[in-house]
Design a binder for this molecule. Structure first.
Ligand code: UDX
Ligand code: UDX
Ligand code: ADP
Length: 463
């Protein structure tokens, strides 16, 4: 089967970059990315390509190459569904905030809405591709909805999880470690898998394209994220032990990472992992395990989240205890708000929880982040629903200049590992802060010796 028209429902962090790369590599395929959110689609269509809604290094250039040629952004969901032979579902699947599975299970309402909409509109056979992270067996639910409410047309459901990491999305998409495609093991299923393989084969070597059954594919995505998050929690657990014993966690990471069975990546101790995937996917895994009565499995993975929460809390506690057990009325400068560098995404960012803990101690916070807007920072705090919007705006200030953020601060805290923080004139910062000049490096990106020589009381993670 040759695919000529692709529709992607959801123009977010996953759908936007993924479709942009597919369009660049498949000039003969027309790709329409649709979203209910008009503002988001308008931003994707902004004549100035620097205004696209997602910041990812290299992305705007690729959008410029394909937009208006074979890549389109639209709010006309029905039309795009109608035209397409292949439909990617790339909508958000947040953790449920109500009812059964609250705080654990994925909320599939957006996925279900998509399925019902596809079933209503489709008048020709379609391949539907799950691109969002979903609990195992979602494909089955999708199929049930499509087959029972459709217009008699045939649907094939594929699971094609996304492994891109934010901040390196374009690079990850251009040269993926692997592409995973799960599908039904029937003749039609295998044909559908092949149609998607052909799209990726335009630029991905065939040996990197894996074909599995649907459930293996769905579970692999949750497992990959659980393993990655587990490495961060594991090294963070060791960071606390390092602080207690005088070992240096960076030295430990290096030493263990050189064991080829362990490997060097994802061993950077930090203030805690964030992002839209890790916590959500582990909670999902825990929920699924519990559903099957596998309590030891559930407890094992839940510990990764418990450790992460502990790490965020510990960082805030360290600031309070170092500042003579009170931060009440003291200004704390936050450098960084995004959950990692090179993204403007703040979902589940450690900064939000550290800020909350410090606000609870009546601190006043001034934030500088090179890419995150003030509007987003306030939205994150308001979303916690622990303080009124007025209080959040009174006790948290957002500025556009890092030196202004640090001026007259009782402590400076680094929450995101932005490269530019390393290039600052730290002597100038030192001169501007209240002494003793406390610096809490939640990402251990600065040179402790140099900063101590300037006069800072430097605290890193796991040192
Ligand atoms: C281990 C460490 O590998 C080694 O670096 C250290 O010096 C001593 O401890 P060892 O216990 O000899 O070495 O064997 P290892 O290959 O690590 O296996 C340990 C156990 O894990 C075995 O029972 C093995 O069967 C099991 N294992 C290992 C698995 O079940 N699955 C695996 O993927 C790997
Ligand atoms: C993750 C997976 O890496 C990606 O494959 C999947 O598709 C989506 O989820 P992402 O959340 O974008 O990607 O970023 P990632 O680089 O994995 O970082 C997640 C969090 O872990 C960040 O807060 C990061 O700062 C933190 N982290 C990562 C560490 O604290 N230490 C590390 O060594 C690595
Ligand atoms: P992700 O990181 O998974 O890409 P995002 O929240 O960035 O998540 O993007 C998901 C997008 O999906 C949002 O822009 C949202 O408006 C869109 N969306 C959700 N449900 C639907 C739907 N039924 N039809 C069209 N777009 C949808």
């Amino acid at each position: 089967m040759i695919i000529k028209n692709i529709c992607c429902i959801g123009a977010g962090y996953v759908g936007g970059p993924t479709m942009t790369v597919i369009a660049n590599k498949n000039p003969n395929v027309k790709i329409t990315v649709v979203d209910l959110n008009h503002a988001r689609i308008n931003a994707w269509n902004d004549p100035d390509v620097n205004n696209i809604p997602i910041y990812e290094p290299g992305l705007s250039k690729l959008v410029e190459n394909a937009r208006g040629k074979n890549l389109f952004f639209s709010t006309d969901v029905d039309k795009a569904i109608h035209e397409a032979e292949m439909i990617f579902i790339s909508v958000n699947t947040p953790t449920k905030t109500y009812g059964k599975g609250k705080g654990m299970a994925a909320d599939l309402k957006y996925i279900e809405l998509c399925a019902r909409q596809i079933a209503r509109i489709a008048t020709s056979d379609k391949i539907v591709v799950e691109k969002s992270t979903l609990p195992v067996r979602t494909a089955q639910a999708l199929k049930a909805i499509l087959d029972h409410t459709g217009n008699g047309v045939k649907f094939q459901i594929l699971s094609n999880p996304e492994f891109l990491a934010e901040g390196t999305a374009v690079q990850d998409l251009l040269s993926p470690d692997r592409v995973l495609i799960g599908g039904e093991q029937s003749e039609e299923g295998i044909e559908a898998i092949q149609a998607l393989v052909d799209i990726y084969a335009s630029w991905v070597p065939l040996e990197r394209i894996l074909r599995t059954n649907v459930w293996s594919s769905e579970l692999s995505k949750l497992t990959a994220n659980a393993f990655l998050a587990q490495r961060v929690s594991s090294i963070n657990a060791i960071s606390e032990l390092c602080e207690a014993t005088g070992a240096d966690v960076d030295e430990v990471s290096k030493a263990i990472g050189m064991d080829s069975r362990i490997g060097p990546k994802f061993l950077k101790a930090s203030v805690g992992f964030g992002g839209s995937c890790f916590q959500k996917d582990i909670l999902n895994l825990v929920y699924i395990a519990k559903t099957y009565g596998l309590n030891e499995v559930a407890d094992y993975w839940e510990q990764v989240i418990i450790m992460n929460d502990h790490q965020k809390g510990r960082f805030a506690d360290k600031i309070v205890s170092t500042l003579y057990n009170t931060v009440s009325g003291k200004k704390i400068a936050f450098l960084g708000w995004a959950f990692k560098k090179d993204t403007n995404d703040t979902r589940e960012s450690a900064a939000i929880y550290v800020a909350d803990a410090l606000l609870h101690e009546q601190a006043e916070i001034t934030v500088y982040d090179p890419k995150v807007t003030a509007e987003q920072i306030y939205a994150d705090l308001d979303y916690l629903n622990l303080r009124s919007p007025e209080e959040n705006r009174k006790y948290v200030k957002v500025v556009n200049d890092p030196y202004e953020a640090c001026k007259a601060a009782h402590a400076v805290a680094i929450l995101t590992e932005w490269d530019e923080f390393k290039t600052y004139n730290w002597k100038k910062v030192y001169d501007a802060v209240i002494k003793p000049a406390f610096l809490f490096d939640g990402r251990s990106i600065l040179n402790a010796d140099q900063l101590s020589a300037i006069g800072f009381k430097y605290t890193g993670i796991g040192k």
